[in-house]
Design a protein around this ligand. Structure first.
Ligand code: NDP
Length: 250
């Protein structure tokens, strides 16, 4: 067990990307429900407002940041604003992502590939770059990067998405190694197939009722925000409920 789940996050600040729907929406609710002030990032204002209403109704607080993560300088500015207003960040959840197209590698359009890499990889690096100093100012900085089983499964037609998630994990592992001696803990997550819009796009014929809900999955992922968590540089497999180590040959 990675955490008994009894922790609180009162007085803490959490940044969640892709908070307008799906797994990110429910992660934002989980974090706010434990007392964190949530900075909720996505493009869809309606989804962010719905989240804000739910968080407020439950007694929590949020700041909404409508932002397109392909706008790299906007990510830099967000880091600057967090520094000015709060002086630190306690939890980063890099959750926003896109699927691209599921098709043979040679059929993928260049603009689709570039956009996928921009959102799934470059924006995550840019977030890491801007939040790393802020997370180190926290007494228990936690970074949670959303990966996928696709990063390891090498399935036909999933090439670009799989490559993007393998890149996210590689970034996370290097970052974890660099920060091992600090209070920052960095881990990736494989949520497993989850009942969201992305999954419906990926596997349209599937009965969504057979899949765990994003609320169920988020209730597990949030355990990586526990201030008592010691693990870093690992991947949390939600379905198996296991924190897995990578083989590090050196
Ligand atoms: P959804 O498609 O339901 O939600 C994706 C979120 O990312 C939305 O909030 C969307 O907000 C945001 N987003 C996408 N593009 C941008 C952008 N350019 N700028 C800002 N925000 C953006 O996805 P899921 O909840 O299913 O997935 C969440 C994460 O989990 C992803 O990283 C995904 O790869 C991963 N994952 C999901 C699995 C599943 O089965 N669902 C399985 C394995 C991994 P908006 O459109 O409002 O901008």
């Amino acid at each position: 067990m990675i955490s008994d789940g009894s922790f609180r996050l009162d007085g803490k600040l959490a940044l969640v990307t892709g908070a307008s729907r799906g797994i990110g929406y429910f992660l934002a609710k989980e974090l706010a429900g434990r007392g964190a002030h949530v900075i909720a990032v996505a493009r869809t204002v309606g989804g962010l407002e719905e989240l804000d209403d739910e968080i407020t109704a439950a007694g929590g607080t949020a700041t909404l940041v409508p932002l397109d993560l392909t706008d790299m300088s906007a990510i830099d500015r967000l880091g600057g604003s967090i520094h000015e207003r709060w002086g630190k960040l306690d939890v980063l959840v890099a959750n926003a992502g896109v699927l691209g197209t599921i098709s043979p590698i040679g059929h993928v359009e260049a603009k689709v590939f570039d956009k996928l890499m921009n959102i799934n990889v470059s924006s995550v690096w840019r977030l890491i770059r801007t939040t790393d100093p802020l997370l180190k100012l926290s007494d228990a900085g936690r970074a949670i990067l959303l990966s996928s089983g696709a990063a390891h499964s090498a399935r036909a037609y999933w090439g670009p998405y799989a490559a993007s998630k393998a890149a996210v994990e590689a970034l996370g592992r290097s970052w974890a190694d660099e920060t091992r001696q600090t209070r920052l803990r960095v881990n990736s997550v494989n949520p497993g197939a989850t009942r969201t819009a992305m999954r419906a796009q990926a596997v349209p014929g599937e009965d969504p009722e057979t899949l765990p809900t994003p609320a169920e999955v988020a209730a597990k992922i949030v355990l990586l925000a526990d201030p008592a968590l010691d693990a870093t540089g690992k991947i949390y497999d939600v379905r198996a409920d296991k924190l897995l180590s990578y083989n590090n040959p050196s």
